[in-house]
Design a protein around this ligand. Structure first.
Ligand SMILES: C[S@@+](CC[C@H](N)C(=O)[O-])C[C@H]1O[C@@H](n2cnc3c(N)ncnc32)[C@H](O)[C@@H]1O
Length: 227
């Protein structure tokens, strides 16, 4: 392994997000991310509402827009980055806690909600796997985990279609961003295996499409815990 690739870690993802929390709040609240306004924001809100939940948790909530977009659901938002959680609290709409996926995997988030949602927030390797395996500690029996992530076919680019760490990029974002977080690429088969191995029965797989290019802008997977 080269020196450079050894820096592609779950830990570095959090370091990067802590450095970029201010520009991230500005980008989301300023509606600077075109694919969100065009398709993915509505897609994740629709996916959550399709479960008609009374309670929910937003894992990796960032500045909290999704909690605010679901006023009819009693929501908790969780993120490892204190600056983002502060911004989320200031925006209101739910309860917000500073907590990492590693802490959740260790059983620190004791909830029993109808729906857990991860909107473009599953970026790492072991951190993601640990969070999914811990689903029975935050979802009620029969509850649903919903993940929206980059579509594997589109985000793969020219690299081989195999799981592995990739360098991050802030291309298309403002120059206020720096030190892009690395991310762990998963094939569609690997995402499905991860759900199944975590005890989640896949109930829906959605592929929202960009209205202009006709290409998928994301992948949405929904998986249910046994009742
Ligand atoms: C692309 S942002 C998405 C934020 C939000 N879900 C949204 O839709 O705007 C990724 C989020 O995942 C969070 N995150 C990444 N790794 C995490 C970890 N190990 N524990 C907790 N939060 C994490 C980051 O802090 C960041 O807020």
């Amino acid at each position: 392994m080269t020196k450079e690739s050894s820096a592609l870690t779950d830990e570095r993802i959090l370091q990067s997000w802590s450095r970029n929390s201010d520009p991230w709040v500005a980008a989301v609240r300023g509606k600077e991310i075109a694919s969100r306004a065009l398709a993915t924001d509505a897609a994740i809100v629709d996916a959550v509402r399709s479960c008609a939940p009374r309670t929910g948790v937003d894992l990796g909530c960032g500045e909290g827009w999704l909690v605010r977009a679901l006023p009819e659901v009693s929501m908790v938002g969780v993120d490892a980055i204190a600056g983002l959680v502060e911004a989320a609290r200031a925006g209101g709409g739910g309860e917000f806690r500073v907590m990492s996926y590693e802490e959740i995997a260790a059983g620190r988030l004791q909830l029993a909600v109808d729906v857990a949602v991860c909107n473009f927030s599953l970026i790492g390797e072991a951190a993601t796997a640990g969070l999914l395996r811990a689903a029975p500690s935050y979802l009620r029996p029969g509850g649903t985990l919903i993940v929206q992530t980059v579509h594997p076919l589109v985000s793969c680019g020219d690299a081989p279609y195999v799981d592995g760490w990739r360098e991050g990029s802030w291309a298309g974002f403002s120059s206020d961003f720096n030190d892009a977080p690395p991310w762990y690429f998963r094939t569609l088969a690997s995402w499905i295996t991860l759900f199944v191995d975590s005890g989640l029965r896949i109930t829906s797989l959605r592929e929202p499409v960009h209205p202009d290019t006709g290409k998928p802008v994301s992948l949405i997977l929904m998986g249910q815990l046994p009742g």
